[in-house]
Write a protein that binds this ligand. Structure first.
Ligand code: NAP
Length: 284
């Protein structure tokens, strides 16, 4: 287990894996769409044949949740069909596969943390295409493959809620933020470490699902307040209901996921979202 292919490596998660890579005894091959377009089936097969990775971590995705409502075909290509190509290649060349998915596979009407056995029911094109990607891996019956569902991802890299709040918080004296959608933020660096730590010993006869986010629960309003506080920004955050902030894609009201399986089976210790946010802001 020494050569790891990371796809979508210029995104938030891929960049955090790159950031941590020198701490791990692996050889990494970082690719984004310019080096390996995962929607190109021949290119994917050729890449595996040439580079023979022992593992692939798929960080590539179509993550523009609202745009996906109109651009269904592209979202499906990247989040579904391309995942099948990667899984087929991993199976053919005997590579481990870690694929990243989302809390948006659930309907968000729950009241208890969703575990891996909860029934998915996506409410958006993004969630639907991500679920199809998951199912493409599971249907192949591929060994040594894991799907890690995560939520509310932010990082020092790329664009995300934390950066948007910091920008708006510096520009404005007041900001309205939705307070009736709750979930758990995930610092992409913690997710990156979780994936890299699990890879060497991970073995399974079939695809294993895991949920991973930071600990705790908050609303977007709570999250925004914490960003302002920790960034020392004097911007008043006002809570509003979702109906006052309409979006093309429906958002889950409740998207907290249970991490009990990851903790029990992989022994991972997970930090609280506030501590993780403090660490991230400290690096910005
Ligand atoms: N962000 C969140 O809040 C969130 C929440 C839950 C789950 N997730 C999941 O977590 C994973 C990582 O998310 P992230 O936030 O790191 O995403 P991200 O920042 O949007 O990164 C995705 C990367 O994939 C690249 N990409 C797009 N199409 C590609 C293709 N055909 N071939 C190769 N690369 C391609 C993107 O390039 P371009 O930028 O040029 O398109 C981008 O660099 C994804 O599976 C996502 O669905 C994210």
């Amino acid at each position: 287990m020494n050569k790891i292919l990371v796809t979508g490596a210029s995104g938030q998660l891929g960049s955090e894996i790159r950031h941590l890579s020198s701490q791990y005894p692996f050889e990494f091959i970082f690719t984004d769409v310019a080096e390996l377009d995962i929607t190109d089936e021949q290119a994917v097969r050729h890449f595996f044949e040439t580079n023979k990775p022992n593992a692939v971590v798929n960080c590539a995705a179509y993550t523009a949740v609202d745009r996906a409502e109109e651009d269904i075909e592209t979202a499906d290509k990247i989040n579904h069909l391309a995942v099948k190509y990667l899984a087929q290649a991993a199976q053919e060349y005997g590579a481990k596969l870690v694929h990243v998915s989302t809390d948006y596979v659930f309907d968000g009407n729950g009241h208890r943390p969703y575990d891996e056995l909860a029934t998915p029911d996506p409410q958006s094109v993004y969630g639907d295409t991500k679920l199809k990607g998951e199912r493409a891996i599971i249907e192949l019956g591929i060994a040594d493959s894991a799907i890690v569902r995560t939520s509310w991802v932010y990082s020092t890299f790329g664009n995300n809620f934390v950066k948007t709040m910091r920008r708006l918080g510096a520009e404005r004296s007041e900001l309205n933020v939705v307070a009736d959608q709750v979930g758990t933020p995930t610092y992409a660096r913690d997710l990156a470490a979780f994936i890299l730590d699990m890879l060497p010993d991970f073995a399974s006869p079939k695809t294993e699902l895991f949920h991973f986010s930071n600990e705790g629960v908050c609303s977007w309003y709570d999250f925004a307040l914490a960003v302002m506080e920790m960034s020392g920004l004097d911007c008043k955050v006002k809570p509003i209901p979702s109906e006052k902030y309409p979006t093309p894609a429906k958002r889950p009201f409740y998207s907290v996921m249970s991490k009990e399986k990851a903790k029990a089976q992989l022994g991972v210790e997970i930090g609280h979202w506030r501590d993780a946010l403090q660490r991230c802001i400290g690096e910005m």
